[in-house]
Structure formats: structure tokens, C-alpha cells
Design a protein around this ligand. Sequence first.
Ligand code: PEP
Length: 254
Amino acid sequence: MRTKLIAGNWKMNMLHSEAEHLFKKINEAAIALPKGVDMMVAPPALYLSQLADYSTSRVGVGAQDVSAREEVQGAFTGEYSAAMLKSAGVKYAIVGHSERRTCHGETDVIIGRKIAACVKAGVIPVYCCGEVLSERESGKHVEIVSDQVRTALKGFTASELSHLVVAYEPVWAIGTGKTASNEQAQEMHLAIRNLAAEIFGSQFAERLRILYGGSMKPQNAAQLLEQPDIDGGLIGGASLVPADFIAIVEAAAL
Ligand code: PEP
């Protein structure tokens, strides 16, 4: 039985006081929420340390990215290491988000290094993968995403990845208001789980949490989250609206 995870990616939004306010609102609301659903929010990096100090066992804090360098520290301007995240109380790091892939040229080889840095430091990697629209229209979406997963997870053992979270995020659904249908999402989640079983064994695959991301909202969350291989959501836009984020957590608890 996998515990569902609802994760909010705040991206480059909110000034400091607004971020603080939103986090406090989510924390307050979380007290009344049904147990049995994990929650995570990923604020801009600047606010991580402070929000991690406020975080409770109900709502963990995650980074939106992490350095691929395995060094704990060094002359790498602008970078922050997984060890630094851990030392600041940050529990998760999103790696390989499609916006990082597009705007910063991140490849699955680089993303694999970020996963390795997280594993070494004890930070839970949330690995994002997903196809663009032309790849889906060509019918090659499963093959493309499988290649991404194989490359990023190459060389790891099952025990190193025991806390790994995968987020399937079709790029055409991120921030567009278009959501994958329940069937499209379930098909890909099952394919990822089968691939994980092939590489790391069936026990690993059974425990692996695979989130769906791409315009998940209160209106479509329940149907997506009831699919057998969807173990939660990575939420962008709706995670900035406390009532919407909370409603998605409630849908996950149904
Ligand atoms: C995301 O950025 O990971 C995402 C899924 O965004 P949205 O929910 O806004 O589509």
C-alpha cells in the first residue's frame, strides 16, 4: 500500500511575506486534513530554510532543483548542494522538471547526477519525466518516457532509490489547463511501474510512488487519483491557492 503524496511546486512566485503566509495557511489547514496523505511544498530556493523551520511532520518542504555536483561545497557560483538542503531541513528535491530541461538544457544524464547527489545526502528526489505534444501525437510517448527513466536511473541500486518519487508530467499539460485523461495518465504510470519492476524488481516497483502532474485541479483530481497506479500529484498553479491545494489533498484521501 503506497501513501499518496500531494506536492506543490510554487515555481518563481510570491514575495517573501506572501510565501510565509501561504505556507502558514497550508500548515494550519493540514491539521484538520485526513491522515494518510503526505504533503510537500516547494517554494523558491530563497525561502527554503525559513519554511523548513516552520514545517511540520504533515507538510514537508522541497527544493525545486539541486546542484548536480557531488561536492558538499566548493567554487560553484549560484549552486546549492543536496547536503546543504539536508542541513537546512529540506526533505525533498524536485529534479528534471520540464522547465529546467527547456530553460537550462538539463538532460537525463545531468538529472541522474542530481538524483545521485540527493541519494548521497539523504534528500528524497522527485524525478520528473514526460513527453512533449509532438511525441505523444507520434504515438511514441511511452518509448520516450521509458528512455528518460532508464537514462536518469542508470547505475543505481534498488536500495539507493528506495525513497525515490517519480512524477509523470506530460509537458503539453503543464500550465496549459489541458490534463491527460485518466486513461492516458494510467497507461503511462503503469508503463513506468512495469519498467521499474524490470530494472529494480517487483518489490521496488510496488513501493514506488508515481505522481501525476499537469493541470491537476480540484475538479479533476479525484478521478486521476483513483487510478490504480497514480500515487499523488505534483501541482503547479493550483498549489498557489490554499483552498485548491487542500481540496486536492482531500481528494487524495478518498
Ligand atoms: C508543474 O509545474 O509541475 C505543474 C504540474 O504545473 P500545473 O499544475 O500548473 O500544470
